[in-house]
Design a protein around this ligand. Structure first.
Ligand SMILES: [Zn+2]
Length: 309
């Protein structure tokens, strides 16, 4: 009996430890939504039954909030209720908030972190042994597969994106590099908007790489070696807020790698001006900016390789 009590206590403690405390996770970035997503997530609408992309979805992984990326449901809780919307009989602890629906009858469920509308929860229908059905709009969700992703994305800003793209494209394992804008509030900015220097956007490249061939650290090191991370007002002759040096990270692992590289650079005497930021929406630049030097058969004017590491 004592043994059982100990086991149960350990189980309860470990469950508690894995619960999410969203207060600690604030502030968090919110993703941009399409009109249809706003209709459901903000205005509490409902997608047509049998129309959502996760209705029949069966992959192993985690369903996350479309608006704030918080993990909400594990695929192991998903079941087929035949109702036309994804159904779950359990939530990730602490991830879901229940509120009385405006109709006075149903219980609405929202993301505990950002209040995004998800759907409704019903009890006592007898579908599964837990006797609960979270009826969730697919459009309120994203999905992160348990499979290790082979192709990953990395984001760097080091002045004029033509030169950054040119050098990073040459690295083994890099599948593609696209020039674009990130960091500002203006949606779908044009080059003309960004050149004004007041949109908050930086010229950024999106690198897609094969993680079986090259890792994030190698990419980040090369980024430092092809531009001057100590220049504070731009890069080379390009002066302005849109030319500042920055790395936009997508997760804690990348963040730690960059912080470690900052330390190494400082120990080598670099007064690092590069800022570390969280990845936000990437907007691809106009077609004539893509592969600029390749298309024009020229060499970058302000990016050269200089070994540091
Ligand atoms: Zn959320």
């Amino acid at each position: 009996m004592t043994k059982i009590i100990i086991y149960v206590s350990i189980l309860l403690i470990s469950l508690k430890a894995s619960a999410i405390n969203y207060e600690n996770l604030k502030p968090f970035p919110l993703n941009a939504l399409t009109q249809e997503e706003v209709r459901v997530i903000k205005d509490k609408g409902t997608e047509r039954p049998f129309s959502g992309k996760f209705y029949k979805h069966k992959e192993s992984g985690t369903y996350t909030c479309k608006l704030c990326d918080a993990p909400l449901y594990k695929s192991s809780s998903k079941f087929d209720s035949g109702c036309g919307w994804p159904s779950f009989d359990d939530e990730i602890e602490g991830a879901i908030k229940r509120v009385k629906d405006a109709d006075g009858r149903r219980i609405e469920i929202v993301c505990a972190r950002c209040d995004a509308h998800l759907g409704h929860v019903f009890e006592g229908e007898g579908f599964t042994s837990k006797n609960i059905r979270h009826c969730v709009n697919s459009i309120s969700l994203n999905f992160e597969s348990d499979k290790v992703e082979q192709y990953k994305k990395a984001y760097f800003a080091g002045g004029c994106f033509w030169g950054v793209e040119y050098h990073l494209e040459k690295l083994d394992g890099v599948k593609s590099v696209e020039s674009g804008y990130m960091g500002g509030k203006l949606e779908n900015p044009s080059y003309r908007d960004v050149t004004k220097g007041n949109t908050g956007h930086l010229e950024v490249v999106e690198v897609v790489y094969d993680s079986n061939i090259v890792d994030y650290e190698t990419l980040a090191k090369l980024f430092f070696e092809i531009h001057d991370p100590t220049q504070k007002n731009g890069q080379g002759p390009d002066i302005g807020a849109q030319y500042l040096s920055a790395i936009f990270t997508s997760n804690e692992k990348e963040k730690k790698i960059v912080q470690n590289l900052f330390k190494i650079l400082e120990s080598k005497g670099f007064d690092v001006a590069t800022t570390l930021r969280e990845k936000v929406q990437f907007y691809k630049a106009e077609e004539y900016h893509q592969d600029y030097y390749e298309k024009h058969n020229k060499q970058p004017y302000c990016h050269t390789y200089k070994k540091i590491f």
